[in-house]
Design a protein around this ligand. Structure first.
Ligand SMILES: C[S@@+](CC[C@H](N)C(=O)[O-])C[C@H]1O[C@@H](n2cnc3c(N)ncnc32)[C@H](O)[C@@H]1O
Length: 198
């Protein structure tokens, strides 16, 4: 059983965005980012973000399911992971693969969107996302908080609260949404957007 407050119910049948895994996607987790982009970002934000030549970073990218979604939308992607990336994806010439530590690496220039699907402690991921957003290294961030623990709601509230507190302390305007997506497993997907400096 579940319920939705009046006016906040999904337009989708059963609240589920049914997606087909593309044949050439390097992993099934590709669908998570596809769903996140369609469900958590507004039309206006999608149009502004996914333009030919815009840039993205994928932290913990291998084998490339999430990078695939960004490449399909015309972005140039820096994929950070020690593991190997899918060969077909690399052949698109839209991906630069760096074997760096995603917890410490930062780009020189800001990117339009940061995505992160690392299997790490949620608080660590939240603080990493806060660092990128505070430093205006990305205008949009989509990331997963992996939740194998018991007090999941508390963990998610603490993580999102931490990012909000850090942005508010610097008086940065922001928006966020989070959802346990249909394609998610023991995790929740979070979207943050911040006002970038002029
Ligand atoms: C769940 S997988 C990502 C799957 C990917 N999103 C996809 O759709 O194909 C997590 C990845 O994070 C990488 N990873 C974990 N910690 C990392 C770190 N500190 N630096 C770089 N990569 C890391 C792992 O090597 C692994 O490939």
């Amino acid at each position: 059983m579940g319920y939705s407050p009046w006016g906040r119910a999904s337009n989708l049948k059963g609240g589920i965005l049914r997606l087909k895994s593309p044949k050439d996607a390097p992993s099934r987790s590709s669908l998570k980012l596809d769903e996140a982009i369609q469900v958590l970002m507004s039309n206006k934000q999608r149009k502004a973000t996914f333009r030919l030549g815009h840039t993205a970073v994928d932290l913990g990218a291998a084998p490339g399911g999430w990078t695939y979604q960004l490449v399909q939308r015309g972005l140039q992607v820096t994929a950070i992971d020690n593991g190997p990336m899918d060969k077909k994806l690399m052949a698109t010439e839209q991906v630069v693969h760096l074997k760096e530590n995603a917890l410490t690496w930062l780009p020189e220039k800001p990117v339009q969107i940061l995505v992160c699907d690392m299997v790490e402690k949620p608080s660590l991921v939240a603080n990493l996302m806060a660092k990128w957003l505070l430093q205006a290294k990305a205008a949009h961030a989509i990331f997963n908080l992996k939740l194998p623990m018991k007090k999941r709601f508390q963990e998610v509230s603490d993580c999102i609260g931490e990012i909000c507190d850090q942005l508010e302390a610097q008086e940065i305007d922001y928006f966020w949404q989070a959802k346990h997506l249909y394609h998610d497993r023991e995790e929740i997907t979070v979207y943050f957007r911040r006002q970038m400096p002029k």
